[in-house]
Design a protein around this ligand. Structure first.
Ligand code: SF4
Length: 368
């Protein structure tokens, strides 16, 4: 980015979730002022590695991954990688040319970054569609493994994929143009809420994520419907302009339902430059303004960030709070004193909202 290239060559020994046991490495060769990057597959004795893992009592899921080439969990992956799970990668090469930094980027545009993995071979093997036809029986005619649902603690709704910005690692590739998931309406959620009471599922919380939930014209009705039924409601937002369109109705909801309405704001880093690496230029200040507004109006808020940068990873919980206070919260004395703001950090490079429950709560828990 900005004339610099960050290259992830993958890890030798860990398959690429492409359904083959191959590891990967890269060969980087300077060619004139450019760099040629070759993605090379590595075949190795994965059976011996798996045996060694067994001997040392390491987790069985990862041992199996070495031979199946399928990761045990896709929680931290962006949507395109989940979609292409099990599709064998094809070795290939890319010629990278340094890009001059431009001063004329628009708000919401990420700093130049691109996925440079070679494209899949046309006609590459996809997972067998018969695998997913029957919820009870596998393609090999065996009964599927099942886990009974004991309780549905939190029910998440996606309000739609449109977002006012385009983050680099958005788990669902939201943008001002992505309307793949249409806006959710009250009629869409009612049957699920009815089901919760009918089946006595013990659900305490209803979560809303997007896209940017406050872009959805029905958002206040959605929140009201859940709050009226006695649920706690959690909304994930970037706290930029869209939330401010609903200032009045949101304050009314807060006055009426108090701390049962919780707003979780995604703030990747306490430094503007880091936050904007992920979210695009001019995105830090509006989020900060949104946080100030939420705090001044006494909302129950949480801040969710990423701990992917080395400095944050090394910080202890009180240190992280201190960094936030000395940067973004400097102008927010109410937050500094407030016990109703909690902090959460995910260690993945993904947007915190991709794993709504991931992370560590570093702040005091707000009164419920
Ligand atoms: S990560 Fe969040 S704020 Fe960023 S584009 Fe995706 S939905 Fe929008």
């Amino acid at each position: 980015m900005c004339g610099r290239l960050w290259h992830n060559a993958r890890a030798v020994g860990m398959p690429a979730n492409d359904g083959t046991p191959r590891g990967w490495f890269s060969l980087i060769t300077p060619v004139g002022g450019e760099l040629q990057i070759e993605h090379c597959a590595l075949t190795y004795d994965h059976a011996s590695s798996a045996e060694s893992m067994l001997r040392h009592g390491l987790p069985p899921e990862y041992r199996m991954t070495l031979s199946t080439g399928i990761w045990p969990s896709c929680d931290t992956l962006p949507y395109p990688e989940i979609r292409d799970r099990g599709v064998p990668l094809v070795p290939g090469a890319y010629l990278w040319r340094p890009v001059k930094p431009s001063r004329q980027r628009r708000r919401g545009q990420p700093i130049a970054a691109a996925l440079l993995w070679p494209s899949k071979k046309p006609g590459a093997r996809r997972l067998d569609a018969r695998k997913f036809k029957d919820p009870d029986v596998t393609a090999g005619n065996e009964a599927r493994a099942k886990v009974p649902l004991l309780a549905l603690k939190t029910l998440w709704f996606n309000t739609g994929t449109l977002c006012n910005i385009t983050c680099r690692n958005c788990y669902i590739e939201s943008s001002p143009k992505n309307d793949r998931l249409v806006y959710l309406g009250v009629n869409d959620i009612q049957p699920y809420l009815d089901e919760i009471s009918r089946d006595d599922l013990g659900t305490e919380e209803i979560g809303f994520t997007g896209g940017e939930p406050f872009m959805n014209p029905n958002i206040i009705e959605l929140l009201k419907e859940c709050l009226l039924r006695g649920f706690c409601v959690l909304v994930l937002t970037n706290a930029m302009k869209p939330i401010r369109r609903w200032s009045g109705p949101l304050i009314e909801l807060k006055e009426r339902y108090g701390h049962r309405l919780k707003i979780r704001v995604s703030l990747d880093h306490y430094a503007a430059c880091r936050h904007e690496e992920e979210r695009g230029v001019d995105t830090f200040a509006p989020t900060k303004d949104g946080l100030i507004w939420l705090t001044r109006n006494g909302f129950n808020i949480a801040v969710a960030g990423r701990a992917m940068w080395r400095r944050i990873k090394q910080l202890s919980a009180p240190d992280t709070r201190a960094c936030l206070q000395s940067t973004i919260f400097r102008s927010m004395p109410t937050i500094r004193r407030s016990s109703s703001c909690s902090l959460r950090w995910t260690s993945a490079s993904m947007c915190p909202r991709s794993r709504p429950d991931a992370g560590t709560s570093l702040g005091s828990r707000p009164p419920q």
